[in-house]
Design a protein around this ligand. Structure first.
Ligand SMILES: NC(=O)c1ccc[n+]([C@@H]2O[C@H](COP(=O)([O-])OP(=O)(O)OC[C@H]3O[C@@H](n4cnc5c(N)ncnc54)[C@H](OP(=O)(O)O)[C@@H]3O)[C@@H](O)[C@H]2O)c1
Length: 326
C-alpha cells in the first residue's frame, strides 16, 4: 500500500482526498518509481480544484512532475536505484501522476536526474523551470542578445516567471519583471535578478495596434490582453516566447506588430518536448541556475497541504515554486 492524493468526480465537482492505494492498482508502465518529490504547477492547481478541464479520467492521481528512484524496470535504459525525473507527457492528466509515493510510467517519458542536483532541487525546477528554459532558449535562437535591449517577463512571481527572470539575469540580460504583486514581491524579483519591476495594471489597458518600442524580447506566461500589450510594445525584430494563459487564453491583438515590425511570436510547449531537447534544457538549467535560486524562490509542503496550495496557485497567490515531499 502507498499514500496518494486521489481526485474523483461527484456530481461534476472534483473531490480531492488522501488515500491508501494498493500497488496492484497502479496503471501499466515499464518503470516503477519510488517518488521522493512532486511539485505544484498552475496546471496541477486547475486539476486538483476542478477549475480547469485538465483530468481526462477519474479516479486520477494528480502531479505533472515527479522525481524519485527506480524500484523495478522492464526497460534496459533504467536500473533499480537510478534517480529519474518526469515532467509532462499528460501524466497527472490521463495517467496517474506524481502526488503519490509510487508511480508506474513509460520509460520514454523519463529523463535521468541531471548530475549535481538532488530530487528536491529537480522539483524546484520541474515543469515550470523546463518551460522557462525553453522560452529563454527560443529567444536566444531568435537572435535576442543581452546587448539587444531589455527583456520583459510577465507573471514574474509565478513558477515559470521566477525561473525565467533568474535564467535571463544569469545570462546577462537586463530583465524587466511584470507583476500584479509589486509590494509583496519586488524585493524577491530584484534578488532573482530583475533590474526593474512594472505593475501588471500597466499591461491591462487595451493595447493600441502599435505602441512605443520598449522590449528586445519577452517571456509571456499570462496571455490575453497582457500578451497583446507586450506584442504592441516589441522592438523592431523583437521576439516573444509565449507559454502561458494565467490571464486567459484569448489574444486580442492585430497583425501590425508582425507585419510592420517583424515581431516573432514563438509558441513554447514543454509537455511533449522531444527527449534530446529536454536533456539539453535540463543540463543548461543546472549549469545556469545559481545556488541562491534554490533558497530564494521555493517552498516545501507535504501532500496534506497540496489542496490548499492548489487553490492558492489558481488564485495567483503563489510566489515561486512549491515542492511536495512524498
Ligand atoms: N506551454 C507549456 O508547456 C507550459 C508549461 C508550464 C506552464 N505553462 C503555463 O504557464 C503559466 C504559468 O504557469 P506557472 O506554473 O508558473 O503558474 P503560476 O506559478 O501560478 O504563475 C502564474 C503567474 O501569473 C500571474 N497571474 C496570475 N493570475 C493572473 C491573471 N488573472 N492575470 C494576469 N496575471 C496573472 C501571477 O504572477 P504575478 O503575481 O507576478 O503577476 C502568477 O504568479 C500557466 O498558464 C501555465 O498553464 C505552460
Amino acid at each position: 500500500m502507498f499514500k496518494a492524493l486521489v481526485l474523483d468526480q461527484h456530481e461534476k465537482n472534483t473531490i480531492a482526498e488522501i488515500r491508501q492505494i494498493d500497488e496492484s492498482q497502479l496503471p501499466e508502465g515499464e518503470v516503477l518509481i519510488d517518488v521522493d518529490y512532486s511539485s505544484l504547477n498552475y496546471k496541477d492547481g486547475l486539476a486538483i480544484t476542478g477549475k480547469g478541464r485538465i483530468v481526462r479520467q477519474f479516479p486520477m492521481i494528480p502531479g505533472i512532475d515527479l522525481a524519485g528512484r527506480v524500484i523495478e524496470s522492464k526497460d534496459s535504459r533504467y536500473q533499480p536505484g537510478d534517480s529519474v525525473v518526469l515532467t509532462g507527457w499528460g501524466v497527472g492528466e490521463g495517467h496517474w501522476g506524481g502526488m503519490a509515493e509510487k508511480a508506474s510510467l513509460k520509460a520514454d517519458w523519463l529523463v535521468p536526474q541531471p548530475q549535481g542536483i538532488t530530487s528536491k532541487q529537480a522539483m524546484m525546477i520541474g515543469t515550470a523551470g523546463l518551460t522557462a528554459m525553453l522560452c529563454v532558449q527560443a529567444l536566444v535562437d531568435a537572435g535576442v542578445k543581452p546587448e539587444s535591449g531589455e527583456v520583459l517577463v510577465t507573471g514574474a512571481s509565478g513558477g515559470v516567471g521566477s525561473v525565467a527572470v533568474t535564467l535571463l539575469a544569469q545570462l546577462s540580460y537586463k530583465v524587466a519583471a511584470v507583476t500584479g504583486r509589486v509590494e509583496e514581491n519586488s524585493e524577491l524579483l530584484k534578488q532573482l535578478g530583475a533590474s526593474r519591476i512594472i505593475d501588471r495594471s500597466e499591461f491591462e489597458e487595451p493595447a493600441r495596434a502599435l505602441e512605443k518600442q520598449l522590449w528586445a524580447g519577452a517571456v509571456d506566461t499570462v496571455g490575453s490582453k497582457v500578451l497583446a500589450k507586450v506584442l504592441a510594445q516589441m522592438d523592431y525584430n523583437g521576439a516573444v516566447a509565449a507559454c502561458g494563459l494565467a490571464g486567459g487564453f484569448d489574444l486580442p491583438t492585430t497583425v501590425m506588430p508582425f507585419i510592420l515590425r517583424g515581431v516573432k511570436l514563438l509558441g513554447i510547449d514543454s509537455v511533449s518536448c522531444p527527449y534530446q531537447k529536454r536533456i539539453n534544457a535540463w543540463n543548461r538549467l543546472v549549469e545556469i541556475l545559481p545556488e541562491s535560486y534554490y533558497q530564494q524562490a521555493c517552498r516545501e509542503v507535504g501532500l496534506e497541504q497540496a489542496v490548499e496550495c492548489a487553490e492558492a496557485i489558481t488564485n495567483g497567490q503563489v510566489t515561486g515554486r512549491i515542492v511536495i515531499k512524498l
